[in-house]
Design a protein around this ligand. Structure first.
Ligand SMILES: *Cc1c(COP(=O)(O)O)cnc(C)c1O
Length: 353
């Protein structure tokens, strides 16, 4: 099966091999050294500034999202929404009693910083929570502009970096981010099961909500910074994540961004020639291409037909449910070779449609 979904992504052999290493304890000094190496690599990718907490939570990207809300001491939180994942942020913020205000935008367009600015003038917010790349729609949101506005308003800035970190230029310092997270199975092409997070020094002062135990970041820090026991960490996944982080940094973010952008542009052109249309009106996210199928072709049937041809892609979710194909260009997926195979399968399927 050729895996081309917007997460999980195929994992390179070096990462796969790390999973075969013998088991060690989660407090074994060698494992703690691996954790420190993971933190150093995450520091290079997140660039969170001095005094930040860096860790990989034992769970998927959604755990990273939840931890960023469960630990906030109080609301209100402003959530610009233009897709399924920003909707999820708003839902979680409500569950944690953070009084979210949803600022709604068209799912086909990026969040408009002017509207965010207006709302920040109207009311005082404790935090602004933005999704950098909306995987449900293929739209890239203006994180740097929104971050600057949040800082200006004296609010913390929470950023879902699931489809950007490791593939696109990223710096919490430059973007004014206090809390950011991703999932290991997206742009890093590691197995699912870890949520890398970074919490700025300022964020650490505000994250004293202490709701829950497992995702209490002060307790997580006791393990990741002090080497003490909090919970039994998935050691083999740590080995694999470290390999994936090394691969990303060895290649370099500039080269990875180029790879994603070039594959995105080429693939979009190939699909336009076959009668597909892009879902977003602009502000394309280079790591997820979302397209509407040609007239008369049903998106979800196309997904199933491609699966029968040995190619796994995703259909729509949230606002794009049943209306689009979503093609992953994260990590290992951002290459022409697998997408040439996809296009061959697509042509076979479309000839029959
Ligand atoms: C995939 C994804 C998540 C959730 O991650 P899981 O690993 O599925 O829990 C959150 N935000 C965005 C933007 C995503 O693409």
């Amino acid at each position: 099966m050729l895996l081309l979904t917007p997460g999980p992504t195929p994992i390179p052999e070096r990462v796969q091999k790390a999973l075969l290493r013998p088991m060690r304890g989660h407090l074994d000094p060698e494992v703690l050294a691996v954790n420190r190496a993971i933190q150093a690599r995450l520091g290079a990718l997140f660039d969170p500034g001095e005094g930040a907490l860096l860790a990989a939570l034992a769970g998927s990207g959604s755990l990273g999202m939840e931890a960023g809300l469960a630990n906030l001491d109080r609301g209100p939180v402003l959530v610009p929404v233009n897709g399924a994942f920003s909707q999820r942020v708003a839902k979680m913020a409500a569950l944690y009693g953070l009084e979210p205000t949803v600022l709604e935008f068209s799912p086909e367009e990026a969040v408009d910083p002017e509207a965010v600015e207006k709302e920040l003038r109207r009311r005082r917010y404790r935090m602004v929570a933005l999704v950098h790349g909306e995987t449900s729609t293929g739209v890239l949101n203006p994180a740097e502009a929104v971050g600057a506005l949040a800082k200006e308003a004296g609010a913390l800035f929470f950023l879902d970096a699931v489809t950007t970190l490791g593939m696109l230029p990223f710096s919490m310092r430059r973007m004014g981010v206090d809390y950011a997270f991703t999932g290991s199975q997206k742009c890093l092409s590691a197995p699912p099961g870890l949520a890398p997070i970074a919490l700025s020094r300022e964020g650490r002062r505000a994250f004293t909500g202490r709701r829950g135990w497992y995702l209490d970041l002060a307790r997580v820090a006791e393990h990741w910074e002090g080497g003490g026991y909090h919970h039994t960490t998935p050691v083999l996944l740590h080995y694999a994540l470290l390999e994936a982080l090394d691969l990303a940094l060895e290649e370099g973010i500039e080269a990875r961004e180029r790879r994603a952008r070039e594959t995105h542009a080429w693939l979009l052109e190939e699909l336009l020639a076959r009668g597909f249309r892009p879902y977003p009106k602009g502000s394309f996210l280079p790591t997820v291409l979302v397209v509407r199928p040609p007239e008369g072709v049903e998106a979800d049937r196309l997904v199933k037909a491609l699966y029968r041809e040995g190619v796994a892609v995703a259909g729509g979710i949230g606002p794009t449910q049943g209306r689009v194909l979503r093609l992953g260009l994260m990590g290992e997926e951002a290459r022409k070779e697998p997408y040439r195979v996809f296009l061959q399968a697509l042509d076979r399927v479309l000839a029959l449609a």
